[in-house]
Design a protein around this ligand. Structure first.
Ligand SMILES: *[C@@H]1O[C@H](CO)[C@@H](O)[C@H](O)[C@H]1NC(C)=O
Ligand SMILES: *[C@@H]1O[C@H](CO)[C@@H](O)[C@H](O)[C@H]1NC(C)=O
Ligand SMILES: *[C@@H]1O[C@H](CO)[C@@H](O)[C@H](O)[C@H]1NC(C)=O
Length: 328
């Protein structure tokens, strides 16, 4: 019983240790950034939807209205265009800022009229869409679809839009020059916060079948941060990545150290426990054997010495002989 309980305890302890090490060691350095990026970017979308809708004053369909953003977001441009969904499907929009929307774009769920909100995040691109290891050559542009049923509405959910025949194309206008030896790529962020890369067409065009946020980026010259658990580089360390990333790395290292120390202690305690349990088990087993032996009656022969019983030897030893009695 004791041994079984001990083994169960040991298994639990080892599992706990594993979980602890996993939680500290295997922590991905980018996940906290992308989670916070995801929620920040969605909060900005909600804010910009409101500012874009405020630009509508007796809006005509198919006309671009530029919105105004508060001073704490200056540098960002927003626009709004209201469309009948039938016209979006059958005609598309020839040019909406940098976006060219072909015919065949459908929204889901169906609405009669919808609003396409345009965003140009300008110098806020890196703030809301950090892309470690990459450098933007253009501001991040956004195209999002909302229901036009209530133009006073705030915090509207986006409609899903998807291009069925040809993709939507984005013709970037304010493109920085491409650094020597770099290959520019289209970076597309979907509304779930994941990024995908594709090739740039005719120097400044990216394509998409969905709404989202888009830019052209090149890999930055600085090397990516060293992976965890690798040997430290022999040369002085090159500090790279965003401040957040570096801080994240340091945090992870601290956690690894804390985890190792705690894990080491836990291991020692577990080993100690195991030894104690084994010793107990052995002693109990021995006692058990002795008890059983007593019951079965394999007792040592007893002899009475005074009033107490004591084990006595049965065998007769060789009788001592005096040397002087020796007679050959
Ligand atoms: C900017 O200010 C507005 C109020 O004017 C506020 O609602 C919004 O949260 C602020 N945005 C940021 C990103 O600070
Ligand atoms: C972007 O530029 C505007 C001025 O045009 C400035 O007020 C704002 O603070 C800048 N934003 C960032 C994130 O640097
Ligand atoms: C986002 O995630 C939801 C649920 O996980 C999924 O239904 C949806 O298709 C995703 N959207 C995009 C643009 O990937």
């Amino acid at each position: 019983m004791g041994l079984v309980r001990g083994l169960v305890l040991l298994c639990f302890s080892v599992m706990w240790l594993f979980l602890l090490l996993r939680a500290t060691g295997a922590q991905s350095p980018t996940s906290p950034t992308s989670n916070s990026m995801f929620s920040n970017a969605r909060a900005l979308d909600a804010l910009l939807q409101d500012y874009a809708y405020q630009a509508f004053v007796r809006p005509r369909t198919g006309v671009v209205y530029d919105g105004a953003v508060p001073s704490n977001l200056s540098g960002i441009q927003v626009s709004a265009m209201r469309l009948r969904s039938g016209s979006l499907r059958t005609k598309g929009v020839r040019m909406y800022k940098e976006f060219e929307i072909p015919k065949g774009v459908k929204e889901h769920p169906y609405v009669e009229r919808l609003v396409l909100v345009y965003q140009n995040l300008g110098n806020w691109s890196m703030v809301y869409y950090p892309l470690p290891g990459y450098m933007y050559l253009s501001p991040v542009l956004g195209l999002l679809a909302y229901d036009a049923g209530n133009l006073m509405a705030k915090n509207l959910p986006t409609l899903d839009i998807v291009a069925s025949n040809q993709p939507i194309s984005i013709k970037f206008s304010e493109l920085k020059s491409v650094p020597e030896g770099s290959v520019p790529k289209c970076a597309s962020f979907d509304l779930n916060g994941s990024v995908s890369f594709s090739s740039v067409l005719s120097d400044n065009i990216c394509t998409t079948f969905n709404q989202g946020h888009f830019s052209i980026a090149v890999e930055s010259i600085a090397p990516a941060p060293a992976p965890f658990f690798s040997a430290p580089p022999p040369s002085p360390r090159v500090i790279s990545g965003t401040p957040e990333q570096r801080q994240g790395g340091n945090n992870s290292k601290v956690w690894i150290i804390v985890g190792s120390v705690v894990g080491g202690f836990a291991l020692l305690i577990i080993l100690g426990l195991l030894i104690v349990l084994l010793a107990k088990y052995k002693r109990r087993k021995k006692m058990h054997q002795m008890e059983r032996a007593a019951e079965v009656g394999e007792a040592l022969p007893m002899t009475t010495v005074g009033s107490t019983k004591a084990p006595a030897a049965t065998g007769t030893r060789t009788q001592p002989m005096l040397e002087t009695e020796y007679v050959p």
